[in-house]
Design a protein around this ligand. Structure first.
Ligand code: F3S
Length: 388
């Protein structure tokens, strides 16, 4: 891989061991994947924040790093709401360790707005054609597919290395030749809301890491595209998809001949998996809810008293942008938590069965939290039952 004189100096340790380690990581990745050079990035989004997922080893590793990031960098959700963790039932020891992780990232100059939807809070982080180093898989999918920016599915350490250097290795989705669709997905029914999560759940499992191109009968909103991409990144490893006539790069490609078809009955099977199962927690906001989703939840909960625990996750900025929606939601007995989510927080682990409106959470909750999960529309989730 070609390195400039300045990059060589960083690799030789002339600017200290942290930047040397960061360069070693980026050049190792570049060598493995055949990158020709490093490419400057606009922003970084760094996963590996929850103490539940990185533990003491991760905390130690981050705490040892010195220096400052050189591009806008933002964290993925942590293991708790940084202010209301008591209400989530998170214990003191976990909270203390989680706080140390956040402080270690802060010392590196990283914005500790812990969210997997950075595009909801700061549109300057990613625009069409920008190179990025983002690591949370749904954020990667949204950046590549809906915004038309370019990022690989970075690991937490490689995103952090890229943030410190301001560049990443130029391979994979950074290159035009790796962004073409390889399979067409024909959807033979109208879709809305949580249908997109169910569709992503099915398609991800079938296409793995291939790039699908969708032919849809309905026109999805960006919220629905967010849900589709998140689910495909969880049940498969899809980091980029196109939707004919909708996503920004779809017009550059023909739909591939190889085709899979999805029918209504297949989506109904995903929703019907555990129909009638007792629900302990309804968890919404995977990926983190946007302002529109929060306001919809507030509208649906108007005058209602929830019967089950209903927890809605969003970013701090979205919550603060709509205090009225938060007040209306919480008047029903539901709670709005920020900085965290149902998958990366240990708080979910004590519930027996979780109902969600997210195809990604449906997939991850059993493995990451050790509890059962079912998929339902936002309306059914807010009622605390899956009887759609
Ligand atoms: Fe975000 Fe957590 Fe889902 S990080 S995409 S809300 S699993």
């Amino acid at each position: 891989m070609y390195l400039t004189r300045e990059e060589e100096a960083l690799l030789d340790g002339e600017k200290g061991p942290t930047l040397q380690k960061a360069m070693e990581l980026l050049t190792a990745l570049g060598d493995i994947y055949g990158a020709d050079s490093l490419v400057p990035i606009k922003s970084a989004q760094i996963a590996g924040v929850s103490y539940k997922t990185i533990g003491d080893a991760g905390l130690e590793w981050i705490s040892d790093l010195k220096g400052k990031v050189v591009v806008p960098s933002i964290l993925n959700p942590a293991g708790m709401d940084l202010e209301r963790w008591h209400e989530m039932g998170v214990d003191e020891e976990f909270a203390a360790n989680q706080t140390k992780i956040i402080e270690a990232y802060q010392r590196l100059g990283i914005r500790c707005e812990c969210t997997c939807t950075p595009y909801h809070i700061d549109t300057s982080l990613a625009s069409f054609g920008d190179h990025l180093a983002w690591s949370e898989s749904s954020a990667v999918s949204y950046a590549n597919s809906v915004i038309g920016a370019r990022t690989n599915r970075e690991g937490g350490p490689s995103a952090l290395a890229a943030a410190l250097i301001g560049k990443t290795a130029n391979y994979g989705y950074h290159l035009d030749e790796n962004r073409a669709p390889v399979i067409t997905v024909q959807v033979d029914c109208q879709l809305s809301g949580a249908d997109y999560g169910a569709l992503g759940y099915l398609v991800g499992a079938q296409v793995g890491s291939d790039i699908p191109m969708f032919r849809l009968q309905s026109r999805p909103t960006n919220t629905e595209l967010k849900a589709l991409g998140a689910a495909m990144a969880a049940s498969g490893a899809v980091a980029l998809y196109h939707v004919v006539g909708v996503t920004p790069e779809s017009g550059s490609y023909q739909a591939p001949d190889e085709t899979i078809t999805i029918e209504r009955s297949q989506l109904d099977e995903v929703f019907g998996k555990d129909r009638g199962h007792h629900v302990d927690l309804a968890a919404l906001g995977c990926p983190h809810y946007s302002l529109e989703e929060l306001e919809l939840a507030a509208e649906l909960l108007e005058g209602v008293r929830v019967e089950k625990e209903v927890w809605i996750y969003t970013s701090r900025q979205v919550r603060d942008a709509s205090p009225d929606a938060v007040r209306r939601i919480e008047a029903s007995g539901a709670k709005v938590f920020v900085d965290t989510c149902m998958v990366v927080s240990p708080a979910t682990d004590r519930f027996g069965y979780v109902l969600t409106d997210s195809g990604k959470a449906l997939k991850y909750i059993p493995g990451m939290c050790g509890v059962g999960s079912g998929l339902a529309s936002i309306r059914e989730c807010l009622k605390g039952r899956n009887s759609d």
